[in-house]
Design a protein around this ligand. Structure first.
Ligand SMILES: [Mg+2]
Length: 216
């Protein structure tokens, strides 16, 4: 069995993480509106955007005066402290149930920023394999799997909270079982299950039930 699982809003409570990151900016007089408006590059036309903190600081600097050196120090502290408390509690049981399976975190985003988030979340202690990509996930999967033959009857799961990613992967790999996870704590409540999602779950306990029922 192979399981590829997304990071943001699936493993990490990214909504809470992003909220606390706002707290750092807010101490420097940045309003919520300014924070939200500067979070992504307004010229980034990708359907799923990547966040780059350096670019965000640059954008904020245009209209704001703040002690940049001090802000950077506070951000560095925020990013280097242990952020494992943002990891959803059901991740640990899920990872433990699959310690003998091929499990890999497949996450999309800015590589530097994502690497920091992942390292400080301590998730590597539970899931050793991590792929960070700034390309489509299907492309990253192709790269990872290459021409590797699947064992007959081997099940392959892909768990994500973004329907574009699920669609993209399902189109490239029709045999992959796609699980759309919509946590109540997730940032994208407007997303709805489509024909490319084989299942919809609300947490990893429900995902585990599906995996179990399909692999016994
Ligand atoms: Mg996600």
């Amino acid at each position: 069995m192979k399981i590829f699982i997304d990071f943001d809003d699936v493993i990490l409570n990214t909504k809470k993480f992003k909220e606390d990151l706002f707290g750092v900016f807010s101490a420097y007089g940045i309003s919520r509106e300014e924070y939200e408006n500067s979070y992504y590059d307004p010229n980034d036309k990708q359907p799923i955007k990547t966040h780059d903190i350096e670019d965000q600081i640059r954008r904020l600097r245009k209209n704001n005066f703040f002690d940049e050196k001090s802000l950077r120090k506070d951000l560095e502290n925020f990013f280097t402290k242990n952020t494992s408390h943002y990891v959803f509690s059901d991740v640990f049981d899920f990872a433990a149930s699959h310690k003998n399976d091929e499990m890999c975190v497949l996450t999309f985003g800015n590589k530097v920023f994502q690497e920091k988030k992942i390292t400080n979340s301590k998730i590597r202690e539970h899931i050793a394999n991590i792929i960070i990509t700034d390309k489509k996930k299907a492309a990253a999967l192709k790269e990872k799997l290459g021409n590797k033959k699947f064992l007959p009857g081997e099940k392959f799961f892909f768990i994500d909270d973004r329907t574009e990613q699920l669609r993209n992967v399902k189109q490239e790999f029709p045999d992959i079982i796609t699980i759309f996870i919509k946590r109540p704590e997730g940032r994208f409540q407007e997303m709805t299950k489509n024909e490319y999602c084989d299942f919809e779950v609300h947490n990893l306990r429900e995902a585990e039930e599906i995996i179990k029922s399909l692999t016994k």
